[in-house]
Design a protein around this ligand. Structure first.
Ligand code: PNS
Length: 160
């Protein structure tokens, strides 16, 4: 049984994340998508909302579950007894930081491997920050986010 964790802030989940989830779920027996806080960013959606959105999106994929954790990724992997961390890689700009994180995590626990899944070129430009910027300025994000969570995402930016 090959189990993996796909961690991220998912603030909010995009079609790029979903693409990584679907492709990873095909090569792993089980995938845990784990919502975590990125200490370098202030989250827009609270952790419960991010989990709720992911649960809607992963519903058709029976070997995928959603979880959340507050703390170090490597401690979480250890607690869950999962030996593989999957990260999505978009452009060269992602690489330097992801490489550093993978090496830090390797230092903290060499038994846990980080695997990188290349983005689908369709989504190489896409990020949660881009989605929020467009939505905040009243643009259309329907081609960028899974339809199940579109209204939840834009409701954050709607003025009553
Ligand atoms: O989607 P993101 O924002 O790129 O995800 C980054 C995330 C949440 C995976 C990363 O910030 C993380 O692993 N946070 C938990 C704290 C941790 O373990 N940091 C690595 C050691 S420096």
């Amino acid at each position: 049984m090959t189990r993996a964790i796909y961690p991220g802030s998912f603030d909010p989940v995009t079609k790029g994340h979903l693409d990584i989830i679907i492709r990873t779920s095909k090569i792993m027996s089980h995938l845990t998508v784990t919502v975590m806080d990125n200490p370098r960013k202030v989250a827009t959606y609270d952790i419960e909302k991010r989990v709720e959105m992911l649960k809607l999106v992963i519903e058709p994929y029976k070997n995928v579950e959603v979880d959340y954790y507050k703390g170090l990724l490597i401690d979480y992997a250890q607690q869950k007894k999962i030996g593989i961390i999957v990260k999505g890689l978009r452009a060269i700009s992602d690489f330097e930081f992801e490489f550093q994180m993978a090496l830090v995590n390797q230092k903290l626990n060499p038994a846990i491997e980080t695997l990188f899944m290349m983005t689908n070129s369709k989504y190489s430009y896409l990020s949660s920050s881009i989605v929020k910027e467009i939505a905040a300025l009243g643009g259309n994000v329907s081609s960028l986010v899974p339809p199940e969570v579109h209204d939840m995402i834009i409701s954050k930016f709607k003025l009553d």
